[in-house]
Structures are given as structure tokens and as C-alpha cells.
Design a protein around this ligand. Sequence first.
Ligand code: MN
Ligand code: MN
Length: 466
Amino acid sequence: MGEKTNLEQMKEKLLRSKKSGVVRAGAEAVRQADEYCRDYKAFLNEAKTEREAVNYAIRHAEAAGFVPFDAGRTYQAGDKVYLNNRNKAIILAVFGKKPCAEGVRIAAAHIDSPRLDLKPNPLYEKTGLAFFDTHYYGGIKKYQWTTIPLALHGRIVKKDGSCVDIRLGEDEGDPQFCVTDLLPHLAGEQMQKPMAKAIDGENLDILIGSRPLGDDDGADSVKTNIMLLLNEKYGITEDDFVSADLSMVPAFRAADIGFDRSMIGSYGHDDRVCAYTSFTAALAVEHPEHTTVTVLTDKEEIGSEGNTGLQCDYLRHFIEDLAAMENVPAREVFRRSTCFSADVNAAYDPAYAFAYEENNSAYCNGGVVVTKYTGARGKSGTSDATAEFMGSVRRILDDAGVVWQTGELGRVDIGGGGTVAMYIANLNVDVVDVGVPVLSMHAPLEVVSKLDVFMTFRAFEAFFRS
Ligand code: MN
Ligand code: MN
């Protein structure tokens, strides 16, 4: 190695480093990332819906000493509580040494993912085949959801109030389900259609059976036979579908991707990857300075609407309860609080380079991505983190040795998207998006880098310690 030229020296001193995150992180961090991701994969396989993610969170939080929140009592530093919002969203808090009046540290991730939801009257039969009618949930490319194995997840509430939890298609030997597609031989016309129109949303129906009841092949015989099987297994009748949250999700399990096993392919990285990393960080930081508040929310994929989404006031009410315990106005807590809106960003994909601007994209293995703003059409529909807050975030991450990068969601005017950041910003909290870059986001099989997952955990940990 010769002497560095003046240009090389000046580049090193003045320009942004382009070193690979893997090199910057070093071998020990890569090893830790691989280890961390073993449990992450188990979580992905166990928690494919928001309900299952809440169950997972409660089980692991209780094992770590969290107890149900009681607004009527007071808490000490180090106390750990959780608030279950309708089994579809959850808030976890670890009380800090400082009073809440000095601000809390909020991480907010979502635990819903795109999927096919069953309609309230889902069951029908046509030409000897039985189907479940669906209404897709969230932003999907419809063609991706045909001809893949699907599993049925969810809860049915019977008229007497009793619940039946369903998870079918995941275990060895379970039946699975699928959406059919037209064979290429007959698809000449379909193949000429624009991608958005090639598959009709109304045709994303699930094949669930084909045999008639006994030897009677009269009208609705196959449908009746399916209902008989469901009645025997779950004790339900057709009317019970009306009070149910039932979803079809990809049946395959999380797997390592690549000869080097550097990535994970799975359903639902968006946003369970940020839910898992923020949740495990919340458990890891046992005696924070500032109270930590971790929100795992529902309904982000359809605009955060409804009483389990973050447009609802359930987070505001929780922090109001914390403020009331200290006899301070909640607004004093909010304006001193900071938040990592924990959500994924698009990872640069060289096959679709036209969609990205390479200087402002997040890259696989570039580490956790900090996204100053999201939105679309001239930064509409987003919170834009202030320079001051970005400055403090840089300091927190660099001081903790976290490998991180920044990135926008795609080229200007090519599309865009939003997160829960703006709803938390509306509470007068400083907020920035922090998360994992994802390849093939919203596809049944999404891909993330193990190093990025681990660095996202490290980022939340550093934030909770700040
Ligand atoms: Mn998301
Ligand atoms: Mn999403």
C-alpha cells in the first residue's frame, strides 16, 4: 500500500463513507446478528397476525416481569407494565429513574401485515368447488397472492361469547389453502392486461374443498360438507363467521436466504421486524433513565384507522395516565418526549434501479435506516424530523457504535408511503422513522439482512438508554 494521495485523504476527511455496513460492523457484530436472528425467525413463524404478535409479547413480557397496567396505582423506577388493547395492539412501559414530566422514550411499530381477510359471509360453492371469499387487507400486488400456500389464522367469537382460535396450515400434516390462477395456455388476454388489472380483487378467493356430503351431490353439498368439518373441529356454524377476524396468510416459514445465510426471507417483516427489535430492546433495557414506552400497534397498513390503530387516542390516554400519576399535565410529558417510529423502508433493488435515487436509498447491509420524512408528492402526508432532533439521533446511534444509514422511500414523485410517525408527531412529540430496509416489501415473501435487523435492535436499545 502506497501513500494516500491528497484526494484520497480529503475524501476520507470530508465525504460520507461508502464502506459496506458488514465491514464497518465487523465480524463479531455479524456473529451476534446471526445469533439474534435465530429467535427473530421463531417469532416470525409464531406471530403472523397482530393477535398472535400480542400473545407473543404478553407471554415474553410477563416472563420478564411485566404486569398489567393499573392506572389507579403508582409505580417505581424499574417497574414494568403492559396495556393490552383489544388483543390487537399493546403498549409496554418500563418506568425510568426520571419522572415522566422529563419526557418518555417511545418506540412505535406495527404488527399488522398485508394479507387476505375473509369476508363476513365467506363460504360459497361453485361447480363442485368450495371457496372462502376474501377482501384483501393493505397494499398488495394481487398477482403475488395467487398459487402460493396459505394458512388460516384468526379468532371466531360465538354468540355465547366463547372464542375459537384458529391456526391451520402451519403444522406438518395440516391442510393448506390457495388462490388459483389461469393457466398460461388460456391467459393470452389476461397477460395483455396491466399488472394491476390482471387479477381481479374479487377473484382472490380461497380454494377450501371439493367433496360433497356423503353420496348426495345436490346444491351446496360441498359447502355443507365443509361446514360439517368445521362444525366438528371448531363447533361453529355458518352464522359464526360474521363475528370473526379470519385471515389467510402465507403458510411458509421464515428461512435463511443466500449461500452465506446473510438474509431472511419471510412473510410479514413489515413491520414485525421493527416490532421484534423494539420489543426485545424494551426488555433488554431494564433500568432506563427515561420511562420507555413501546407500542405495537394494529391497522397501520390501512391508514392507522380504528381503535387499535395509532390514529386512535389509546397511546395518548396511556401517557395521560402516566402524567396523572405525577400530577403533571400530559402536554408537559408529550413536548419533552421523543419517538422512534419503528417501521421498515424500501431496500435498494438493482433490478428496479429506476424506482430509487441511489444517494438517498437504504441498502441491504447498510445498517438500520433513519428516515427523516416519508410521504409523497412534495413531502405530503408525513412528519419531517427537525435538524435538531436528527442531530440528537445521530449522536445516540454513533455513540453506541450502531451501523446506520439514511434513505428516502424511492425517487421523488414515483410513489411514496407513510408510517405512524405523523400521528405521534401530532401529539407534539419529536419523532423520526427508524427501521430495517426490506426487499420485496408487501410481497408474501419479503427479504431483510440479518445485520440490519440486529443494528435496528441496537438502535432501539441505544435510544431507550438515552
Ligand atoms: Mn410498515
Ligand atoms: Mn407496510
